[in-house]
Design a protein around this ligand. Structure first.
Ligand SMILES: Nc1ncnc2c1ncn2[C@@H]1O[C@H](COP(=O)(O)OP(=O)(O)OP(=O)(O)O)[C@@H](O)[C@H]1O
Ligand SMILES: [Mg+2]
Length: 509
């Protein structure tokens, strides 16, 4: 007898429909066909054990299990459940005529208990596109999958529970659709706790408003890490669409905790500097998104930037520009979204005290230069704002005056983002000023003669690289947006120029 049901293959962050056909006929061998990898071949062992646990049997006849279409790579253990069910139906152990109405995925333990799978959200989205309305998934994935309106998701705990349900012996309600609010929660980190540091805070506000990358440079204890950890508190809320995108990536990476819902806050990822380039960028034999993709629509914080491997930093250059990363292998390539804001911090030299107001640096010019050279020019070039953070004075730390709260800064950031949304309404791929192409910079950052002259003079005087030019224009545009003026005014330009510290060829001598 022939049985048919459906599953989903996840590739990158998208899914594709897979038909699982099982035929049991005269003969004696079991064949698994349709480009399955070795992990799926092991599936037969788990399926056999799980079926036996519930009192069934593995047919000792000719069994052909076909996963179609054959040209899509299928991997992982998530096909156990549809294979087990179609096998039981095809061998006439239990009749489950409704089997073809469902998309079914789940890994089986040897005792028939269902284990969670990766990428459930991408599967539900694709199932809906393909016209399905019903899915059976492991119980742990149900909350995550139930985010999509109009889909019936049944969360099951065991193979036998699933069989009873498909035979109509038990009634299950579809999992209630989870709330898809993108209200951010409060993690207690607020800019009000940071004393002084007016310039640094201003730079963070500009970075958040325009989606600019930011590099903090300063001595130990100046508050760089403290500042960076507070960026989430001033970022605009995720739109529903962005939240879905981000959740989908985390789901594919298996990073969604059991029973958790839509990711409601912009991600803040801060990998340790010992991270490998694969873990940072993504990849591996069974390609997984890296930290840059997990930070999609949020922040990637690289603390102690020069300590990261040179290779890891260099491969990050392309995604920083393109906002996605293409991982290519001999036979296939996968595209992961990676639209993140980079916040990086570093000491100015190995001892940390170069340019310190009171302490002496023991490094010497050459050593300082060599340390800075660990960050390549092209990478530095992709960072719009460079700021020097100096430690605040003791009096300032002890001062009882509270600084401005993040909530107030955030309001200004949101207002500036709203202006940008209006500006880019015909350019859906551009979310903020930092994402403008050269052509858009030309279109949206016209300069009056006075401002143009100012920029020209500064470029000469500070020996700014030609590459810094566009960065300055984008930042000036954001400063004007924060001020709420349609034109870039001279003071906006003057401020933008100050954020190119490391471009100045006289930095570190
Ligand atoms: N402006 C400030 N207001 C309040 N506390 C501060 C400030 N600056 C520093 N501190 C205190 O100093 C501690 C150290 O700061 P932080 O870890 O951010 O320094 P850092 O610049 O990252 O240093 P390193 O280069 O060693 O990593 C903070 O945890 C905080 O308690
Ligand atoms: Mg630090």
């Amino acid at each position: 007898m022939l049985a048919k049901t459906y599953g989903m293959s996840v590739f990158g962050v998208s899914a594709a429909l897979i038909t699982i056909e099982t035929n049991v006929a005269q003969g004696s061998k079991c064949f698994l066909v349709g480009l399955p990898d070795s992990t799926i071949k092991e599936s037969i062992q788990r399926v056999e054990s799980a079926i036996k646990q519930m009192g069934g049997f593995f047919p000792r006849r000719k069994v052909i299990i076909n996963l179609a279409p054959a040209n899509i790579r299928k991997e992982g253990s998530a096909y156990d459940l549809p294979i087990a069910l179609s096998l039981m139906h095809a061998s006439e152990q239990v009749e489950m005529p409704t089997l073809p109405h469902f998309v079914i995925m789940g890994e089986l333990a040897l005792d028939g208990v269902l284990r969670p799978i990766k990428g459930a959200l991408a599967m539900v989205m694709e199932a809906q596109k393909q016209g399905f309305t019903k899915l059976i998934l492991p119980r742990e994935n149900a909350t995550e999958a139930a985010m999509i309106q109009g889909m019936e998701v049944y969360g099951m705990e065991t193979l036998s529970e699933t069989v009873l349900f498909l035979r109509g012996k038990t009634i299950h309600k579809p999992f209630p659709t989870t709330q898809t609010s993108t209200h951010s929660y409060d993690d207690g980190l607020d800019f009000a706790h940071v004393r002084g540091q007016k310039i640094a805070k201003r730079a963070f506000e500009i970075a958040a408003a325009g989606g600019h990358n930011l590099l903090l440079i300063g001595p130990p204890g100046a508050g760089k890490t403290m500042l960076a950890k507070r960026i989430s508190s001033i970022l605009p809320p995720l739109t529903l669409e962005e939240a879905m995108e981000t959740t989908k990536i985390h789901s594919v990476a298996g990073k969604i905790l059991q029973n958790s819902q839509l990711i409601a806050q912009r991600p803040f990822r801060s990998p340790h500097h010992s991270i490998s380039s694969t873990a940072l960028i993504g990849g591996g034999s069974n390609p997984q998104p890296g930290e840059i993709s997990l930070a999609h629509n949020g922040v990637l914080f690289l603390d102690e930037l020069p300590e990261f491997s040179r290779h890891a930093l260099e491969v990050m250059r392309q995604p920083l520009e393109d906002h996605h990363v293409l991982i290519s292998r001999a036979k296939w390539s996968i595209d992961f979204p990676a639209n993140f804001m980079l916040i990086a911090s570093m000491n100015p030299c190995p001892c940390g005290y170069f340019n310190h107001p009171t302490k002496d640096c023991t490094c010497g010019q050459e050593v300082v230069k060599r340390y800075l050279n660990k960050i390549s020019g092209p990478l530095l070039d992709r960072i719009d704002l460079h700021i020097e953070v100096s430690p605040v004075a003791f009096e300032e730390i002890r001062s009882p005056d509270m600084a401005e709260a993040s909530a107030i800064i955030r309001e200004r950031v949101i207002a500036a983002r709203n202006r940008q949304q209006t500006r880019f309404r015909n350019y859906p791929e551009v979310h903020a000023n930092a994402g403008m192409t050269s052509q858009l910079v030309g279109l949206f950052c016209p300069l009056q003669t006075e401002v143009e002259t100012l920029l020209q003079q500064a470029m000469k005087r500070l020996q700014l690289s030609a590459r810094a030019y566009e960065r300055i224009l984008k930042v000036a545009r954001t400063i004007a947006d924060l001020a709420g003026t349609p034109e870039i005014e001279p003071n906006h330009m003057a401020e933008a120029i100050t954020y190119r510290n490391l471009d100045r060829e006289n930095w570190a001598g």
